[in-house]
Design a protein around this ligand. Sequence first.
Ligand code: HSE
Length: 434
Amino acid sequence: MKPVKVGICGLGTVGGGTFNVLTNNAKDIARRAGRDIIIEQVAMRHPNPAVEIGSVKTTEDVADVISNPDIDIVVELIGGYTVAKDVVMGAIENGKHVVTANKALIAVYGSEIFAAAEAKGVSVMYEAAVAGGIPIIKAIREGLAANHINWLAGIINGTGNFILTEMRDKGRDFADVLAEAQALGYAEADPTFDVEGIDAAHKLTILASIAYGIPLQFEHCYTEGISKVAPEDVEYAEELGYRIKHLGISSRTEKGIDLRVHPTLIPEHRPIAKVDGVLNAVTVNGDAVGDTLYVGAGAGAGPTASAVVADIIDLARTLEAPASASVNHLAFDSESIDNLRVLPIEQVETAYYLRIQVQDRTGVLASIATTLSEHDINIEALIQKEPRMENDLAQIIILTHKVEEARMNAAIEAVESLDSTHGKITRIRVEHLD
Ligand code: HSE
């Protein structure tokens, strides 16, 4: 069979990894695809020292790649929303299939991109956009296609998981760990995307869409970062039998779709609680299959290239097949996408961890318990920490049962206004994932 020709746009960490995997594993890849896959051209601004470019044609202008008549598949590995979007839309316009690792682009502009691709009869593949090397898109879109998916939850940002793990295990400083994640090539160009949960929200938006057959709704995803997680919260959570993870969580409820990213206490015996370092993990519950768990590297050259190249192989295998033979971009037929509403965070129900700083005097605990009970909030566990130094404040740590967020907000406001309470209450949501 005629070889398939690929044009790569971007030769950074992921572009370099993709070049090397396609080159180093060319024999096995050809055996899987049933034909050779050749890198025809690379658009790059700077050489990548990890890549021996050899005789492959290079250009500084992405337009050369998307208009190259010899190229069948354009691989967009630039990132961001500007040039990357032009590359993807331009390639589609020129009738080329696209592979991208760009979660931001898919989460924000996916609907427009997929509509353009469907009109042209080409495919846009994006396995590498979520959880790097874990084939989670394929697992949900194809492997679990028989199921009514009930919920999913994931550690889908390696940088954030690395920071929380190092804080817990080594008591390391936040900024120091972040700098290491940047040096290792895990962090986004703008690391606030990692730390503030935006990167995870992009990925969760995509997962929810293919799990339930709903439109991509990044703008409705509630997002809270890990920059305010204090070392004492990590310590107290452990004392209560929990770990703090930065989770993306989504479920179907009777009121709508729950879609949120925030630091979360999860019971330490849950397998996902033990996924540490830069690893990612996603757990998906389907009505037929029950709970499933996928763990692996979520970032880095090799793992992300593994997903990019798998998409290239899939396309190469079906290049001459009619468009109707391809898997739907968002797993469900575009005619049957269900416009379910995403719940505002105030309507979401979860359990809570509260850390309240109080003066150490008689009746304080009773007044907090009374205030919570007046808001119909049920306490599950409670510990009190004596002041560590003279004139210091005592800390009361409370775990509650599930309650709607709006009610918890009102209760927090009431407790904060008690005379004995100092400053703001720390609130972290708790999920049991059962
Ligand atoms: N910055 C991302 C992470 C890279 O840390 O997980 C992979 O999307």
